[in-house]
Every structure is written in C-alpha cells, then in structure tokens.
Write a protein that binds this ligand. Structure first.
Ligand code: SF4
Length: 378
C-alpha cells in the first residue's frame, strides 16, 4: 500500500449530554441538566480544537451530534462554533448539521443555529405515536416533534431530517404507517429510518429479557420493510443508503464522508476521527475529557482492516463503490480478490458488479440482507 496523507472531509463535534437517557440508547451520553458542567465541556472542546493540527478541505462538512447538541447552553455552542471557524475547521462547509431533540428546542435557539451558519437540522423524532415514544423513554411527544419542525421551517431551515425507528415495542403495521404518513405530510428533505436494535446493557434489553416489554415479531418488521420502500418512493424519497432516504440532491453530505470512507476529525468526549490510516477516539468520560481533552486512543489500522472497512462502508450506499478507487487511494488493486470473496453473493443475487463502469453494489435484495454480504469482508 502507498502511505500518502489525506485531507479531512468532515468535522464532527460530540455533545454527550441528554435530558434523560432513552431506554434503548447505548450511545455515549449522560443525563444532565448541569449548565456549569456543559460550559466547562464546551471550553474543553475549544481547547481540543485549538491544539489540533490537521489539513482540512475548505468545504469540509460540519456535524454536531450526540447526545443532544440542542441541550447545550447557547453560549457554549457559540464558543465552539467560533473556535472551529477561527482555527480553520469551519470554512465554507458543504453542509453544517445540528442534531436536536424535539423536546429541547425553541424559536430563539433555532434562530441562533441559523445565525451561526447551520443549514441542516436533524430531529430525533423516532415515532409519531405517543404510546411508542413513551415506552422507549423519549422526553417528547408527537406534537412536540411537529412544533419543532414548524419552528425550524419558520427560522429558514430548508434541509430538515427526521429520524424514525421501526420495530418499536407496541408498534404495528398501522402505527408505523401512520408515522411514515405524518413524516411525508411534513414535506421534509430527508429521512433516516433505523430498525431498533436491542443493545446489551440498555434498560430496554433488560425489560425485554424480564418479559416486562414485548417486541414486535420479526415477520411484522419484514412486512414494514417491504411496504416502506414503495411508500417512500411514491412520495419522492429515494433510498441512497441502507437506512437513509432523501429527495433528489438532499442526501446527507456529512454522512457520505463516512460511507465514502473519507477522513474526518472528531472533537469531544468519545468522538472518533479517522485520517485514512489511523482511528482516534476521545476518552468516554466527561470529567476526564474536561481535565485532558487532548488524550485520545489511537488504533492503527492494518491493511486488512482498511480494505474491509472501505468495502462495507461503501457498499452501504445504493450507488455502491468503484473498486478502482481503492487503488487510487491506497495503491492496491483489489478487483480480483473482491470478486472472489463475494462470488457466492453475486450468484445469490445479493450483489452485482458492472465491469464496464467498475461499480460493485448491493441489489435491492442485498440491501435487506447486507450483513450476509458484509460478513465476507470480516
Ligand atoms: S436523546 Fe438520543 S443520545 Fe440521548 S439518550 Fe435518547 S437516543 Fe440516546
């Protein structure tokens, strides 16, 4: 492999605070309303930004994720954004997104986000049914979500994403269809649709294991999957990644940095970064991060790691991957070894390779059974 250096294409800032922990969540975030702690955290992020040297493309995307970035006091958010701008990490971003919990926004906050330069907002709505929201421990109800979206539109956000989850406890085909209908009636630009995964260590997993909560059966989630593809397409949302749908030209440019396996930088506790060869991760402890924001764990990736990750990130996209791109980036021709590895997946109709265009991609069936294909690269 040729060891050349790459420029950063995306900048991620992690805000690890939430008003309350949702029952299914295993992201690194803590329930807190301690404004003082949040401001100390913002200062630590500023310190990390100031001390970090990296070559950044002038169009690098910005993404504030969490946790709940919209819980951060506005002063703290302004300090971080100004520091990113001052240090050259925020120049002329292709896109600047902030994630919000619908239960934590108001008109004033949203106006500040627009003034700071955020042009995309992502709401964790998860469902438009109050009983489903309640059972998974969300802090908001369906009306809060509708209000948050209306306020975001009122302050000028044109690019709005909603996250929804399918396979929720209490959900049935009708209630899921209702959530999707509500989403489509809002005429937004983007939808992220995830299936609920019961993660070890979450309260929801314990409650399901104890029989306190029942999950919908697998046939139901398979029915939902069939229906959703047709319904979203009819409403103008094209699937462009396994869990993501957008109107034409409204794809998430920041998330495409990850799926295209391009370098990105991460600031904040538990935030990861990737320079094309090495992955970095900030300490997953808010107190320790505030003490030493520059302490990161490094994982030097082997050639095999890089090849596997390049394949399974890129294959998540409906457009698939040009295999020659790997040679352009890493100097190794992977066409023969890749086709040998996934020969059975091609025979089973999960993957197709267009050798004239040099494009390898999952078929529609492969999109639902992606794990079978990805396992070939592990
Ligand atoms: S708001 Fe998001 S990050 Fe926070 S606990 Fe809920 S799912 Fe997790």
């Amino acid at each position: 492999m040729i060891k050349k250096s790459f420029k950063v294409h995306g900048v991620y800032v992690h805000v690890p605070f939430c008003k309350r922990k949702c029952l299914y969540c295993d992201f690194f975030s803590c329930a807190s309303d301690n404004t003082e702690l949040m401001l100390q955290y913002a200062d630590a992020v500023c310190c990390q930004i100031e001390q970090t040297q990296a070559e950044v493309t002038d169009y690098a995307t910005i993404y504030f994720g969490g946790g709940t970035p919209s819980i951060l006091p506005v002063d703290g958010l302004i300090r971080i954004v100004e520091k990113l701008k001052q240090c050259g990490f925020w120049q002329m971003p292709k896109e600047a997104t902030i994630e919000c919990n619908p239960g934590t926004v108001d008109l004033d906050k949203l106006q500040v986000y627009r003034q700071l330069g955020f042009d995309r907002i992502s709401f964790g709505v998860q469902s438009f049914n109050n009983n489903e929201l309640q059972i998974i421990g969300r802090i908001h109800n369906a009306d809060d979500a509708l209000t948050a979206v209306a306020l975001a539109k009122a302050v000028g956000f044109k690019r709005i994403n909603v996250d929804l989850i399918y396979g929720l406890p209490l959900q049935n085909l009708n209630s899921f269809q209702y959530s999707l209908q509500q989403f489509c009636s809002l005429n937004l630009s983007h939808l992220s649709l995830y299936s609920l995964i019961l993660e070890d260590g979450t309260s929801l997993k314990t409650m399901v294991d104890n029989g306190q909560i029942k999950m919908p059966d697998e046939n139901l989630t398979a029915d939902m999957d069939d229906w959703v593809q047709k319904f979203l397409l009819q409403h103008g949302y094209k699937r462009y990644e396994i869990s993501n749908y957008a109107k034409t030209g409204e794809e998430s440019k920041h998330n495409l940095v990850y799926w295209n396996y391009l370098p990105y930088i991460g600031f904040g506790a538990g935030a990861t970064g990737f320079d094309g060869w090495t992955r970095y991760k900030g300490v997953e402890n808010i107190g320790q991060y505030i003490q030493s924001p520059l302490a990161v764990e490094k994982e030097h990736l082997t050639c095999d790691n890089i090849y596997s990750e390049f394949m399974f990130m890129n294959l998540r996209k409906v457009d698939g991957v040009r295999l020659k791109e790997y040679k352009e980036r890493y100097g190794e021709d992977i066409i023969d070894k890749t086709l040998t590895k996934i020969n059975t997946c091609i025979e089973d109709g999960l993957v197709e390779y267009d050798d004239k265009k040099d494009v390898l991609r999952l078929t529609e069936r492969g999109m639902s059974l992606g794990d079978l294909v990805f396992s070939k690269f592990v």
